[in-house]
Ligand binder design. Structure first.
Ligand code: ACO
Length: 150
Protein backbone atom coordinates (compact mmCIF):
# COMPACT_ATOMS: atom_id res chain seq x y z
CA UNK A 1 0.00 0.00 0.00
CA UNK A 2 1.18 3.49 -0.88
CA UNK A 3 1.40 6.18 1.82
CA UNK A 4 2.37 9.84 1.73
CA UNK A 5 5.48 10.81 3.71
CA UNK A 6 4.91 11.80 7.37
CA UNK A 7 3.19 15.19 7.65
CA UNK A 8 2.15 15.30 3.98
CA UNK A 9 -1.52 15.63 3.05
CA UNK A 10 -3.73 15.34 -0.01
CA UNK A 11 -6.73 17.66 -0.22
CA UNK A 12 -8.78 19.83 -2.62
CA UNK A 13 -7.26 23.11 -3.79
CA UNK A 14 -8.08 26.17 -1.65
CA UNK A 15 -7.72 29.88 -2.42
CA UNK A 16 -5.12 30.12 0.36
CA UNK A 17 -2.85 27.89 -1.74
CA UNK A 18 -1.89 31.03 -3.66
CA UNK A 19 0.36 31.84 -0.68
CA UNK A 20 1.48 28.26 -0.22
CA UNK A 21 3.29 27.89 -3.54
CA UNK A 22 0.57 26.50 -5.82
CA UNK A 23 1.73 28.50 -8.85
CA UNK A 24 5.42 27.86 -8.13
CA UNK A 25 4.72 24.13 -8.17
CA UNK A 26 2.70 24.47 -11.37
CA UNK A 27 5.70 26.23 -12.95
CA UNK A 28 7.42 22.83 -12.87
CA UNK A 29 5.09 21.82 -15.70
CA UNK A 30 5.15 24.93 -17.85
CA UNK A 31 5.12 28.72 -17.87
CA UNK A 32 2.28 29.99 -15.69
CA UNK A 33 2.58 33.65 -16.68
CA UNK A 34 1.15 36.60 -14.79
CA UNK A 35 -1.50 35.32 -12.37
CA UNK A 36 -2.14 37.63 -9.42
CA UNK A 37 -4.17 36.69 -6.34
CA UNK A 38 -7.36 38.16 -7.81
CA UNK A 39 -7.11 36.12 -11.01
CA UNK A 40 -6.26 33.05 -8.97
CA UNK A 41 -9.34 33.55 -6.76
CA UNK A 42 -11.57 34.05 -9.80
CA UNK A 43 -10.40 30.78 -11.36
CA UNK A 44 -10.72 28.86 -8.08
CA UNK A 45 -14.26 30.29 -7.63
CA UNK A 46 -15.14 29.23 -11.18
CA UNK A 47 -13.84 25.70 -10.57
CA UNK A 48 -15.63 25.46 -7.23
CA UNK A 49 -18.91 26.60 -8.82
CA UNK A 50 -18.80 23.36 -10.86
CA UNK A 51 -17.63 20.80 -8.32
CA UNK A 52 -18.88 17.79 -10.30
CA UNK A 53 -16.75 18.85 -13.26
CA UNK A 54 -13.58 20.35 -11.75
CA UNK A 55 -11.64 18.42 -9.13
CA UNK A 56 -8.32 20.03 -8.27
CA UNK A 57 -6.06 18.33 -5.77
CA UNK A 58 -2.88 19.38 -3.98
CA UNK A 59 -0.35 17.55 -1.86
CA UNK A 60 1.13 19.66 0.94
CA UNK A 61 4.28 18.96 2.96
CA UNK A 62 4.79 19.14 6.74
CA UNK A 63 5.10 22.94 6.45
CA UNK A 64 1.76 23.14 4.59
CA UNK A 65 3.52 24.12 1.37
CA UNK A 66 2.05 22.87 -1.91
CA UNK A 67 4.49 20.34 -3.37
CA UNK A 68 2.32 18.55 -5.95
CA UNK A 69 -0.75 19.54 -7.97
CA UNK A 70 -3.12 17.83 -10.36
CA UNK A 71 -6.64 18.09 -11.74
CA UNK A 72 -9.48 15.94 -13.00
CA UNK A 73 -12.10 17.33 -15.37
CA UNK A 74 -15.18 15.16 -15.69
CA UNK A 75 -16.72 15.37 -19.15
CA UNK A 76 -20.35 14.26 -19.63
CA UNK A 77 -20.95 12.81 -23.09
CA UNK A 78 -23.89 11.49 -25.14
CA UNK A 79 -22.07 8.44 -26.52
CA UNK A 80 -22.04 5.11 -24.67
CA UNK A 81 -25.39 6.00 -23.08
CA UNK A 82 -24.37 9.39 -21.69
CA UNK A 83 -21.05 8.16 -20.38
CA UNK A 84 -18.48 10.25 -18.52
CA UNK A 85 -14.77 10.56 -19.26
CA UNK A 86 -12.20 11.81 -16.77
CA UNK A 87 -9.48 14.09 -18.14
CA UNK A 88 -6.34 14.23 -16.01
CA UNK A 89 -4.64 17.60 -16.45
CA UNK A 90 -1.73 19.73 -15.25
CA UNK A 91 0.22 17.32 -13.09
CA UNK A 92 3.32 18.77 -11.43
CA UNK A 93 5.57 17.76 -8.55
CA UNK A 94 8.04 20.39 -7.26
CA UNK A 95 11.53 19.42 -8.53
CA UNK A 96 13.00 18.93 -5.03
CA UNK A 97 10.07 16.62 -4.16
CA UNK A 98 10.20 14.36 -7.21
CA UNK A 99 10.97 10.67 -6.80
CA UNK A 100 9.02 10.32 -3.53
CA UNK A 101 6.00 8.70 -5.21
CA UNK A 102 3.95 11.88 -4.81
CA UNK A 103 3.09 11.84 -8.52
CA UNK A 104 2.05 8.19 -8.33
CA UNK A 105 -0.11 8.88 -5.26
CA UNK A 106 -1.76 11.86 -6.93
CA UNK A 107 -2.56 10.01 -10.17
CA UNK A 108 -3.99 7.07 -8.23
CA UNK A 109 -6.27 9.46 -6.32
CA UNK A 110 -7.38 11.24 -9.52
CA UNK A 111 -8.14 7.87 -11.15
CA UNK A 112 -10.09 6.83 -8.04
CA UNK A 113 -12.06 10.11 -8.18
CA UNK A 114 -12.86 9.46 -11.86
CA UNK A 115 -14.11 5.99 -10.92
CA UNK A 116 -16.24 7.36 -8.07
CA UNK A 117 -17.79 9.89 -10.47
CA UNK A 118 -18.79 7.05 -12.80
CA UNK A 119 -16.28 7.69 -15.58
CA UNK A 120 -15.66 4.67 -17.82
CA UNK A 121 -12.06 5.79 -18.41
CA UNK A 122 -9.52 8.40 -17.38
CA UNK A 123 -7.27 9.82 -20.08
CA UNK A 124 -4.44 12.33 -20.44
CA UNK A 125 -1.96 13.76 -22.92
CA UNK A 126 1.72 13.75 -22.08
CA UNK A 127 5.21 14.09 -23.43
CA UNK A 128 6.67 10.72 -24.55
CA UNK A 129 9.36 11.12 -21.86
CA UNK A 130 6.66 10.69 -19.20
CA UNK A 131 5.20 7.50 -20.66
CA UNK A 132 7.13 5.31 -18.20
CA UNK A 133 5.71 7.25 -15.25
CA UNK A 134 2.12 6.84 -16.41
CA UNK A 135 2.67 3.15 -17.18
CA UNK A 136 3.78 2.80 -13.52
CA UNK A 137 0.47 4.48 -12.62
CA UNK A 138 -1.31 1.60 -14.39
CA UNK A 139 -2.14 3.49 -17.58
CA UNK A 140 -1.39 2.45 -21.13
CA UNK A 141 -0.67 4.22 -24.39
CA UNK A 142 -3.77 4.91 -26.46
CA UNK A 143 -4.07 7.02 -29.59
CA UNK A 144 -2.16 10.10 -30.58
CA UNK A 145 -2.48 13.69 -29.43
CA UNK A 146 -3.32 16.27 -32.11
CA UNK A 147 -3.50 20.03 -31.79
CA UNK A 148 -4.28 23.19 -33.73
CA UNK A 149 -2.27 25.91 -32.12
CA UNK A 150 -3.44 29.55 -32.12
N1 ACO B 1 9.87 8.16 -16.87
C1 ACO B 1 9.84 6.88 -16.38
N2 ACO B 1 9.59 6.59 -15.08
C2 ACO B 1 9.36 7.63 -14.26
C3 ACO B 1 9.38 8.97 -14.69
C4 ACO B 1 9.64 9.22 -16.06
N3 ACO B 1 9.65 10.46 -16.59
N4 ACO B 1 9.11 9.78 -13.63
C5 ACO B 1 8.94 8.95 -12.58
N5 ACO B 1 9.08 7.67 -12.95
C6 ACO B 1 8.93 6.47 -12.13
C7 ACO B 1 9.66 6.56 -10.82
O1 ACO B 1 11.00 6.16 -10.95
C8 ACO B 1 8.85 5.63 -9.95
O2 ACO B 1 9.21 4.30 -10.28
P1 ACO B 1 9.37 3.15 -9.16
O3 ACO B 1 7.99 2.96 -8.57
O4 ACO B 1 9.85 1.97 -9.91
O5 ACO B 1 10.32 3.69 -8.14
C9 ACO B 1 7.40 5.84 -10.44
O6 ACO B 1 7.54 6.35 -11.79
C10 ACO B 1 6.63 6.83 -9.61
O7 ACO B 1 7.36 8.03 -9.57
P2 ACO B 1 7.01 9.24 -8.60
O8 ACO B 1 8.04 9.36 -7.54
O9 ACO B 1 5.58 9.14 -8.16
O10 ACO B 1 7.15 10.46 -9.62
P3 ACO B 1 7.18 12.01 -9.25
O11 ACO B 1 6.53 12.28 -7.95
O12 ACO B 1 8.55 12.51 -9.43
O13 ACO B 1 6.24 12.63 -10.39
C11 ACO B 1 6.15 13.65 -12.56
C12 ACO B 1 6.45 12.37 -11.76
C13 ACO B 1 4.73 14.12 -12.29
C14 ACO B 1 6.28 13.32 -14.05
C15 ACO B 1 7.16 14.72 -12.11
O14 ACO B 1 8.45 14.30 -12.45
C16 ACO B 1 6.94 16.11 -12.70
O15 ACO B 1 6.26 16.93 -12.10
N6 ACO B 1 7.56 16.39 -13.86
C17 ACO B 1 7.52 17.73 -14.46
C18 ACO B 1 6.12 18.13 -14.90
C19 ACO B 1 5.48 17.09 -15.78
O16 ACO B 1 6.05 16.62 -16.77
N7 ACO B 1 4.21 16.71 -15.47
C20 ACO B 1 3.42 15.74 -16.20
C21 ACO B 1 2.80 16.39 -17.37
S1 ACO B 1 1.55 15.39 -18.21
C22 ACO B 1 0.05 15.93 -17.56
O17 ACO B 1 -0.01 16.88 -16.86
C23 ACO B 1 -1.19 15.15 -17.90
Amino acid sequence: ELHLPQGYNLRPLEKEDFDRGYLQTLETLTSVGDVDQEHFNDIVDYWKSQPKTYKNLVITDYESQVVAVGSLIVETKLIHSCAKVGHIEDIAVRPDQQGKKLGLYLIRQLIELAKEEGCYKAILDCDPKNEGFYVKCGMSRAGLEMEYRF
